[in-house]
Design a protein around this ligand. Sequence first.
Ligand code: PHE
Length: 397
Amino acid sequence: MDIYRLRAGITGIVVLLFSCGIVLAGCKEKSDTGGGGGSTQDRIVVGEFASLTGSTSTFGIATHEGIQLAIDEANQAGGIDGKQIQLITEDDRSKPEEATTVVTKLVTQDKVIAVLGEVSSTRSMNGAAVCQPNRTPMITPSSTNPEVTRKGDYIFRVCFTDDFQAAVAAKFAIDEGYRRVAIFKDIKNDYSVGFAKYFTEAFTRNGGQVVGEQNYQEGDQDFKAQLNTIKAMKPDAVLIPGYYSEVGTIARQAREIGLNVPLIGGDGWDSPQLIPGAGTALKGCYFTDHNFSVNSKEPETVRFVEAYRARYKKDPDALAALGYDAARILVAAMKAARPLTRETLRDAIAQTRDFPGVTGKITIDGDRNARKAAVIMRVEADKFDIYKVYTPEEVGL
Ligand code: PHE
């Protein structure tokens, strides 16, 4: 992973230098965009980077829909001191290098006041590596790897982190009576690698045993060699902290080779494509996720679900809900920051306390993270639903 990071870093620098050239060349014709830290006379420019296409497109599309809804509601309510908010959304095509490129464009060319995104921790880390040195606030709705917000004091998240999420998965595994768990992770994905590490720590602490680990890479099609190795370990369950894009195929192939134990995942499984990809192979399996349900009775959540359904003709998922919360926290901070600059905005985001989000109450802590409950989702034949809720206190965090 270090070599991969190093390579990504070098690519990032090259991309940065290259796009700076383009920005300088492009500025002459496009002098009307941005200026003054994203604001002009009549509008405030906010950037978003998202995987609208590519391997994890459901993440980007759902998140974007939630963000756009929040921004449009804020504009309808009068915007920020009478100025309308303009959202510029860039598609990173689910690629880490492309995240660097498009965030560089948003920050240096569009001169956005803040950046929203991404879902994938690896892509958020690349975006943060551009936002932090440019002193541009960034809020990720759903990236859970602890390293993301460690990139610096301009980088925030409105969700929990993977040390907690993986501890919930470990507690759940123990509660279900699984003592011997094997891990199958995506070695190129920071979220997956981190989740595996935090799970191992918590599971071992609770008396469980990780009986072995195997790796795959995003885009792989044939997982049978590793699955056979895992089968020989005779685990009680297998943890697969990956994205829905591969989990469906992995689950099908596991069943094909006769590996029939429960599979456990994390929030990366949350997609309308999970069950279409897996068929019945994940029936009765579980994954940890953000605490959002369309059946919630909380007034804010009921209102959000109604507005989302009316606009998009479908139910919001946790990603849409987190996108909505991230954008609304940004809007609230833009209203509080006086005068509105990237610095005052940073301070206002950092002061977020007890914000009534549709994914729960959100307080940004000293490490720029949110402390929230997580849920266990149970996969049924044609849907998944909340099975259990765990608070940070319940897992000793
Ligand atoms: N938490 C995942 C990551 O950091 C992304 C994710 C969030 C995926 C929520 C699905 C739902 O990479």
